[in-house]
Design a protein around this ligand. Structure first.
Ligand code: PLP
Ligand code: COI
Length: 342
């Protein structure tokens, strides 16, 4: 269905939640074989064996990227080839067949195009694109599944954190870690997310927007924020945790670093001691869903550090504004990061 009628949605009150859309992309592959030609079909439930590898052993990956309405009225995606590449890294880590970049890009492009009526007006949210790669074949022993499914669906979304740009309050998790060296923290494995639900829910019930994870070895260095990368700014220098395999290499992180360096800021990718972060002038987190979200306070044990008196920090603001302006083509995209969907 290619229906350009605007859906009955109040674009201004959207939050980051699931909304069923019209069409989805799907392709299958036997272990060691080739991917079947991907097809577009009406959005529908999947049918798979209860013994599917993904259901029993979590052999699955997801991606997340956005399509937005640009200033010239076109629809653009942001750096989709980076998500394609990250999914390939994840597939290798989880023993799944790699989805070729061209196929990934074709799949996300077609899925956005056939759901174009769900792309919000510029500045009122985005069409969140969710590619999934999973072991869908039946297997009982702990081993790679005999068959795989790659699919893409989309959902229109609003801000990830309640209150939009308002600085958020975070809490450092004392009891839980997200990832350990040698594990799967550096790829977007579906299994990385379920263990975060209980600590995240507990923090939310205490009024925090999310938690911050520390490294699992020293319990001292900031890793990341639930589903976004962490940055802090002190004396004009921007620091973000270095990628050591336990942190997800965010596309937004990579883009923010490049924007900041091109603007002349010193950006250090290094171990960020939680005490250093708490003494910073500004903190923010960055991700596809989170965009660039200002952090107003962080609680660690009995200590609460506040940043910016309830205002978004000046460097956070500059980076947020430049990133979103590029994403919506309100300024020239000199790096070729936006990809038109046509
Ligand atoms: N870290 C985690 C754990 C995430 O789930 C995400 C979201 O994708 C990010 C960081 C940010 O990555 P990206 O900017 O590619 O969305
Ligand atoms: C994203 O930013 O795309 C994410 O994957 C966050 C998500 C877990 C909601």
């Amino acid at each position: 269905m290619l229906d350009n009628d605007s859906p009955a949605i109040d674009w201004d009150s959207m939050i980051f939640s699931y909304q069923k859309t019209d069409r989805m992309y799907i392709s299958h592959c036997k272990e060691g074989g080739d991917w079947s030609p991907g097809v577009m079909q009406d959005f529908q439930d999947l049918s798979m064996s209860p013994a599917a590898g993904v259901l029993n052993y979590g052999q699955g990956l997801f991606e997340g990227l956005k399509a937005q309405r640009a200033a010239d009225g076109s629809i653009v995606m942001f750096r989709p080839e980076r998500n394609a590449s990250r999914m390939q890294d994840g597939a290798k880590r989880l023993g799944m067949p790699v989805v070729p970049e061209e196929m990934f890009l074709d799949a996300v492009r077609k899925t956005v195009l056939e759901n174009s009526r769900w792309v919000p007006p510029m500045g009122k949210g985005a069409l969140y694109i969710r590619p999934l790669l999973m072991g869908s074949g039946a297997i009982l022993g702990v081993a790679p599944a005999p068959e795989y499914t790659f699919l893409v669906y989309v959902s229109p979304v609003g801000p990830y954190f309640k209150g939009g740009l308002r600085p958020i309050s975070l809490k450092v998790s004392d009891d839980f870690h997200r990832a350990a060296p040698g594990g799967s923290g550096g790829v977007k494995a579906i299994g990385n997310y379920a263990p975060g639900m209980v600590p995240s829910k507990a923090a939310k019930s205490e009024g925090f927007a999310e938690i911050i994870y520390l490294d699992a070895v020293h319990h001292r260095y900031v890793e990341e924020v639930g589903a976004a990368n962490f940055f802090c700014v002190k004396d004009g220098v921007i620091s973000t945790p270095e990628l050591t395999g336990t942190i997800l290499p965010g596309v937004t992180r990579e883009s923010v670093i490049e924007i900041a360096r091109d603007r002349g800021y010193e950006v250090r990718e290094e171990k960020v001691d939680v005490d250093y972060a708490l003494s910073a002038d500004e903190c923010f987190c960055a991700g596809t869903a989170a965009v660039v979200s200002s952090i107003g306070s962080i609680k660690h044990g009995d200590r609460v550090a506040s940043f910016g008196d309830g205002e978004v920090g000046p460097i956070t603001r500059i980076l947020h504004d430049e990133l979103t302006a590029i994403q919506q083509k309100r300024i020239p995209d000199e790096r070729g990061w936006t990809v038109a969907v046509e």
